[in-house]
Each structure stands twice: as structure tokens, then as C-alpha cells.
Write a protein that binds this ligand. Structure first.
Ligand code: NAP
Length: 276
């Protein structure tokens, strides 16, 4: 039963909580100098653009990759170009032991984790009636199990530190059913991580923020396939896919002190795809 007006007027110890001690100047708020950011799927695509954004803003970056060891060279370039510390780690996020070990390795190498960007994902875009259960399990093992493991082990660090920030790359596919390619498992896996992230925002309210980014089609390896690309141009109000440089600012905003009052939000960035 909901509370009465008089019950609601009772004060609670510790509330309201204090405003954060962050700069008033908005450009200062966006600076990440000295912060430690982990990015999964950092070798290419959205994850590489996010890693660049973090390094450009002054953060030290742990670049996690699975099969694409270009992350090693990219990390070295970011360190050289921006005077930050970077380390590349090979981690299969579908393996929880590897995730747990890699989180420990990052804390050993950087002493803390301020922001964890759970960005890695994969798709085997097929109708369920043409999809094998192994293909289903593979997608779930990365998109769902991988994000859960990353959140669990990064969350332990956040709780210990008393602070943290988790950003999950979901998809507009958590909001809409993609056309013309049926891909119910991918869509369902992204709906899971969106609701999971919102739920963590409450669970971790005393020590960490959690937000979700839901991209529309971006021009990466996981962007619109040749079968879907013309429909992507038609559906998106802006008539094109996004360039990864166009998503950097959103992740930086969520990672930085510019967004200290934001948690549990799911931000669509899709060129207006889901509007019609
Ligand atoms: N591009 C789009 O249109 C779009 C739209 C909505 C959402 N997204 C989401 O955005 C995220 C990034 O995708 P992207 O577009 O940047 O494509 P991408 O360049 O192919 O990135 C996917 C990344 O996931 C990593 N990955 C896959 N399986 C992994 C595993 N088992 N362990 C660790 N890492 C693994 C890959 O690492 P390796 O290459 O090192 O194996 C790769 O870096 C994904 O979660 C995707 O679902 C993309």
C-alpha cells in the first residue's frame, strides 16, 4: 500500500544527500584527468572511438580486446598522443574467470577503476527458426553473460572504492524490432542488458552510477549489413548510419562529472531511427 501524506513528510537520516563536489564550469566537468577507464571491445568500432574519447579527455585507459590485437598498437598510439597510460588486455568476456582475472589485473596495473564501459557484443542475425541453439547460446554468452560478468566483477571494485561508473552499450534493438532482418535473439539479448543496467542503477545507488547507451546503426563491422543498409537509410530520419566520432561525446558525458545526476538512463543515439 502506498504511503500517506503524513508518512511521506517524515525525514530520513542522511537525506537529502549533498551535492557533488564537481566543477561549475562545464568544460572542466568533462575532463577525466587521472581517471581509469576500462573499455571492452576496444580494438575497433564504437569501443575504439570510446577509448579515444576517454584518452583525449585525459583518462588512463585499459583496452580490452578478444581476437583483434590491433588494440595493442591503438593503445600505444593513444598513450603517445595524449600523454596517458594505456594497457591492452586480451579477455574473452564470455569466460567469467577471464573477466574476473582481467579486472584484478587492471586494478593491479592502475590501482582503481573509475569507469567501466561494457561495450563488447556480437550478433548472428537470423530468424529463430533458422538459428541453431548453439548460435543462440553464443550470442547470449557474449551479450548477456559477458556484460553480467563485467558488471559483477567491476561492481565489486566500485563497492570497495565507494565510487564507480558503469556504462553499458545496448542497442536500439532493445527498443524496436529490427527490419528487414529478423534477429530475435540479438534483440532479446540487448533488452536484457538495458533492463539489467537500470536495475543495477538502483542496486548500486550508494556507490556507483549506471547508464545505458542504445545506438542505432553505426558504420562499423556490426553496422547495417548489405541486406539491411538501404532500409537503415530509409528508417533513420537523418538518412544515414552514424560515424563513430558522433558517439564519442555521449560516452564522455556519461563517464564524466558532467553527468553526476544521471543514473539508470537509457540514451538512444540513432539518427532518429526509432521515431517513425
Ligand atoms: N554498429 C552498430 O550499428 C551497433 C548498433 C547498436 C549496438 N551496437 C553495439 O555496439 C557494440 C560495439 O559494436 P561495434 O559496432 O563497435 O562493432 P565491432 O567493431 O564489431 O565491435 C564488437 C566488439 O565486441 C568484441 N567482442 C566480441 N565477442 C567478444 C568476446 N567474446 N569477448 C570480448 N570481446 C568480444 C569484439 O572484439 P574483437 O574484435 O577483439 O574480437 C569487437 O571489438 C556492440 O555491443 C554492439 O552490439 C552496435
Amino acid at each position: 500500500m502506498s504511503m500517506t501524506v503524513s508518512e511521506c513528510t517524515q525525514t530520513r537520516d542522511g537525506f537529502p544527500r549533498p551535492f557533488p563536489n564537481t566543477p561549475a564550469n562545464v568544460l572542466e566537468q568533462f575532463k577525466l584527468n587521472g581517471k581509469v577507464v576500462v573499455v571492452t571491445g576496444a580494438a575497433d568500432g564504437i569501443g575504439l572511438a570510446v577509448s579515444e574519447a576517454m584518452a583525449e579527455a585525459g583518462a588512463n585507459v585499459a583496452l580490452w580486446y578478444n581476437s583483434n590485437d590491433a588494440a595493442v598498437k591503438r593503445g600505444e598510439e593513444l598513450a603517445r598522443d595524449h600523454g596517458v597510460k594505456t594497457v591492452a588486455y586480451k579477455v574473452d568476456i564470455s569466460n567469467p574467470e577471464e573477466v574476473q582475472k582481467a579486472v584484478g589485473d587492471v586494478v593491479r596495473d592502475f590501482e582503481r577503476i573509475d569507469v567501466f564501459v561494457a561495450n563488447a557484443g556480437m550478433a548472428i542475425s537470423k530468424p529463430i527458426l533458422e538459428q541453431t541453439l548453439d548460435e543462440y547460446r553464443k550470442q547470449m554468452s557474449v551479450n548477456v553473460d559477458g556484460v553480467v560478468s563485467c558488471a559483477k566483477y567491476a561492481g565489486e571494485v566500485f563497492q570497495r572504492q565507494g565510487s564507480g561508473n558503469l556504462i553499458i552499450t545496448s542497442s536500439m534493438s532493445a527498443h524496436i524490432v529490427n527490419v528487414p532482418t529478423d534477429q530475435p535473439v540479438y534483440n532479446g539479448s540487448k533488452a536484457f542488458v538495458t533492463q539489467f543496467g537500470k536495475s543495477l542503477a538502483r542496486e548500486w545507488r550508494d556507490f556507483a552510477r549506471v547508464n545505458i547507451v542504445s545506438p542505432g546503426f553505426f558504420d562499423t563491422k556490426m553496422g547495417a549489413s548489405p541486406l539491411a543498409v538501404n532500409e537503415a537509410y530509409r528508417m533513420a530520419v537523418l538518412g544515414r548510419q552514424g560515424h563513430v566520432k558522433e558517439i564519442k561525446g555521449l560516452y564522455l558525458y556519461l563517464a564524466s562529472d558532467a553527468s553526476t545526476y544521471m543514473t539508470g538512463s537509457d540514451v538512444l543515439i540513432d539518427g532518429g531511427y526509432v521515431l517513425p
